[in-house]
Design a binder for this molecule. Sequence first.
Ligand code: SAM
Length: 292
Amino acid sequence: MVRSAIQRQTRQTGAVPPASLDMPTFRELARLVDESCGIVMTDAKRVLLETRLRRRLAAVGVDDFRAYLAFLRAPAGRAAELQAFTDCVVTNETSFFREPPHFDYLTPDELRRLAEGGRERALRIWSAASSSGQEAYSLAMIADDASGGGALFPWSVTATDISVRMLTAVREAVYDAEATRSVPARLHQRYLMPADGGAARRLTVRPELRRNVRLGRINLMHAEYRPGQVMDVIFCRNVLIYFQPELQITVIGKLLRHLRPGGLLFLGHAESIRSHDLPLRLIRSNIYERTE
Ligand SMILES: C[S@@+](CC[C@H](N)C(=O)[O-])C[C@H]1O[C@@H](n2cnc3c(N)ncnc32)[C@H](O)[C@@H]1O
């Protein structure tokens, strides 16, 4: 019945109806999402995945999702397509100074204290699922401001994500002016500038700030990864929420290998960890201190 309606429509308009994602194929693709990024997709996400992956069918030259799945399962297809697949399925919503209480907590005095507590006497911050960079640049602004432009203590922010597409956006660091409205006025004035020769509809981050922001691709699911430094502060916000609870604890345990004792871990507002035996002390809503 549905098929004949589609055939009738195709005959009448000449247009080929878009491929649809059936439930068995969806479940197998969802398993691949889980394996590659740890993200759980319930059956309710079928239409979302269908919409996000549709353009990949044309990109790899197949007509339907079954063929796309077969392509992804073949070793050569997987090697060629897995990154683009991952880039399509992740949720990248973010904003400057998102969840303001976390930034309120990181006063200049607190940042100075954190810098002094580390062996290097420098402030090392990691945005561990940085999306397009708004979190990392918000942190860079407060670090640079508190350090008097690096005169009081050196600082760096490491921005990592699983998505190469997002890391490209971090590198470009160009944002709609509208999206920068949550940046406090003084920091906005000091660290952002027009990206397009004065029209000011799109803004970019000043080079002196970008110089201290390092980028890297890290999949938090991997057993081993190297953010490059022992951190004083780790932001891992609004990514654990997509993982199974047991995986969340494993991921946090691995993050802690890169946080010094006394360093701070920030999780997203919906990501508090309940029962665990990690060396963490809750000091404020979703702000934890590594105890040992
Ligand atoms: C909703 S955004 C959160 C961005 C930012 N932390 C914030 O709170 O605004 C989630 C980010 O996590 C990234 N992500 C998803 N799975 C990941 C994984 N296994 N490892 C690293 N990053 C991952 C996505 O690419 C996406 O950019």
